[in-house]
Ligand binder design. Structure first.
Ligand SMILES: C[S@@+](CC[C@H](N)C(=O)[O-])C[C@H]1O[C@@H](n2cnc3c(N)ncnc32)[C@H](O)[C@@H]1O
Length: 384
């Protein structure tokens, strides 16, 4: 288990309508960008029908949008993802801490340790971070790798992932790196060529100051605490947690068929979490490898697996689409995988979820990289 929080707040404040995106209570949701997240209003609106005692599951939780929507509604939830980056971000969606505690932890780490055991070497690292900035990042990295159990540490880890790389600001820096995208980590050789061509050098960025500003922005107002947690595991494998009465809601968005680069596109964040100093191209329990036939079969395994953890009458909503460069029918893939699983899900309806114009969808982000996004669908089913 990556993280588990046991009890809901006694004096719980819940939301019946979604607070505006930039309001302080919503800022934790955007602590770190995550490629292919779905918009929060999607799970939040679905959960308007959920009862307070019900449990929510997202077997492909990504950055934990479903879990955060559940928290706003005062509902307990559980998330699974096979990417350590996704798990580190989504675990932070449960924390109960304050900006002061996070800043104090960061300060203590930097005061206690003056030299990291390892600093990555090479052109990429020289151009990505100013030497003293990289040294401090490495100190925080090693401290969190050694121990990351408290809510403060879990929050600091997600916060660090969020500020690790991104665009260079004119005024106060929001990110620690030289000019880079924030949603994905560009590959080392490409980044070096880009920085050299444009004459970009890393600035001396004060890590504690950047952490403090981000902590004050994102962690000053948090929704009430809820029970639940995140598991770093493969959704095809038996679940590491099942509530007594089973899960009542599944709200999820599997990777689109052919989308297999979640880990590689986040290689720098993966490094911060203990991964290698370079892009790791190994298969890391990610769904989506092989043919369409294999993909459907593997997706069916997930449905079969999670159904064993569901209460009778559970409801499932799947948002799914297709990569811009693939001519696949999302409805057919989902329906076929449900048929294959053959474990009691009765199709209720399939709605068109539109394209990226409606928000930060999977399709929107593929669109940036691969061309015109395709329409997504929302597939609704009930467990009989
Ligand atoms: C479309 S994203 C989910 C995004 C999420 N809805 C959000 O808002 O952030 C799909 C996720 O499935 C995860 N994934 C892929 N294969 C998996 C597997 N076998 N088990 C669990 N998670 C997996 C990926 O790491 C990725 O985070």
């Amino acid at each position: 288990m990556h993280f588990f929080s046991s009890n809901n707040d006694v004096n719980q404040i819940t939301f019946t309508s979604l607070p505006k995106p930039q309001t302080p209570i919503m800022r934790l949701n955007t602590i770190c960008p995550y490629f292919t997240m779905f918009p929060i209003d999607f799970p939040f609106n679905i959960l308007s029908e959920a009862q307070t005692s019900e449990w929510i599951l997202d077997p492909f939780c990504g950055r934990g949008t479903t879990n955060f929507a559940a928290r706003l509604r005062g509902l307990s939830s559980f998330g699974i993802d096979s990417s350590p980056i996704a798990c580190a971000i989504s675990a932070a969606k449960f924390v109960n801490t304050t900006s002061t505690k996070i800043i104090t932890l960061c300060k203590t780490i930097l005061e206690n340790e003056l030299e990291p055991k390892h600093i990555p070497q090479g052109k990429f690292w020289e151009l990505c971070y100013y030497p003293s900035t990289l040294k401090k990042i490495c100190i925080i990295r090693e401290a969190l790798l050694k121990e990351c159990i408290s809510d403060d540490a879990i929050a600091l880890k997600a916060l660090m992932l969020g500020i690790l790389h991104g665009p260079v600001n004119k005024n106060f820096p929001s990110y620690l790196s030289n000019q880079m995208p924030r949603t994905f980590s560009s590959k080392p050789d490409y980044s070096v060529r880009y920085w050299v061509k444009n004459g970009f050098f890393p600035k001396n960025i004060d890590v504690l100051d950047t952490v403090s500003r981000k902590a004050n922005y994102s962690f000053n107002t948090l929704p009430s605490k809820i029970a639940g947690g995140i598991s770093l595991s493969d959704a095809r494998k038996p679940l590491k947690f099942i509530p007594d009465e089973g899960f009542n809601w599944i709200i999820t968005s599997p990777p689109y068929f052919g989308m297999i680069t979640y880990m590689q596109d986040q290689w720098l964040r993966n490094w911060f979490l203990g991964g290698p100093d370079l892009v790791d191209y190994s298969n890391t329990n990610q769904l989506g490898y092989g043919s369409k036939e294999i993909f459907i079969q593997e997706l069916a395994k997930v449905w079969e697996n999670i159904t064993k953890a569901c209460a009778s009458g559970a409801k499932m909503v799947i948002r799914f689409g297709a990569l811009p460069n693939k001519s696949n029918n999302p409805s057919e893939i989902v329906q076929e995988s449900i048929n294959r699983a053959n474990c009691g899900w009765e199709h209720y309806s399939t709605d068109c979820a539109g394209t990226s114009n409606g928000g930060n969808r999977q399709s929107a982000q593929f669109g940036e990289k691969m061309g015109k996004p395709q329409k997504e669908i929302d597939y609704y089913a009930v467990l009989r």
